[in-house]
Design a protein around this ligand. Sequence first.
Ligand SMILES: Cc1cc2nc3c(=O)[nH]c(=O)nc-3n(C[C@H](O)[C@H](O)[C@H](O)COP(=O)(O)O)c2cc1C
Length: 176
Amino acid sequence: MPTQPKSTPEVEAIFRRSMAALAAGVSVVTGMDPDGSPRGLTVTSLASYSANPPSVIVCVDETCNSYGALAAGKHFAVNLLHAGQPEVAKLFASGAADKFDHVNWTVWNGCTPLLVDALGVIICSRATTTVHGDHAIVIGDVIDGSIRPAPPLVYWNRNFHEGPGHLAGSERQCPQ
Ligand SMILES: Cc1cc2nc3c(=O)[nH]c(=O)nc-3n(C[C@H](O)[C@H](O)[C@H](O)COP(=O)(O)O)c2cc1C
C-alpha cells in the first residue's frame, strides 16, 4: 500500500480555494444496485480520459450511497445537467433515499437509470476502478449518448451558474 503525503491545514485551505476558483460542469452520475435500486450523485469530477477508446473518469467518495453501483457495476451513466437544473443538482447532492421519486427517469437497456430531462447523457461500460485516498476513480468506456442544445449548469465559487451558451445543431435523442 503506497504511503500518502501528510496534509496540513494550509494545504487543505489552498486546495479548497483553488477548487472554488475552478469552474466545472455539473453532472449526475447514475447506476443500479444489484437489487435494482437506482443510485445517483451530483459530481463535478467528470473528465474526459481518452479519445481512443472514447472514455471518461469520475471520482466517487467511498462512503456515499451510490458507491457500490458505480464502482462495481457493469454500466453507469453521466447525466450532464443544464442551467435550469440547480435543484436536481442539490437533490442528487443530498443523501436522500428517495431522490428518483422527484425526477423523470428511465432505464437504459434494462440496467442503467437515466435522467430524461438532462442536457445530455453519456452511457458507459465500466472499464476499471482505482482507489486513492477516500475516493475511487471510475473509468468508463463510452458506448452511447445523447445531447441537446441548452446552456450547461456550472459550479463556481460554491454556487451554481448558467454556462456561456449552447452547442448549435447538437440534438440527439436519449437512447433507450
Ligand atoms: C457541486 C457538487 C459537486 C460534487 N462532486 C462530487 C464528486 O465529484 N464526487 C463525489 O463523490 N461527490 C461529489 N459531491 C458530493 C455528492 O453529491 C454527495 O456526497 C451526495 O450526497 C452523495 O449521494 P449518495 O450518498 O446518495 O450517493 C458533489 C456535491 C456537489 C454539490
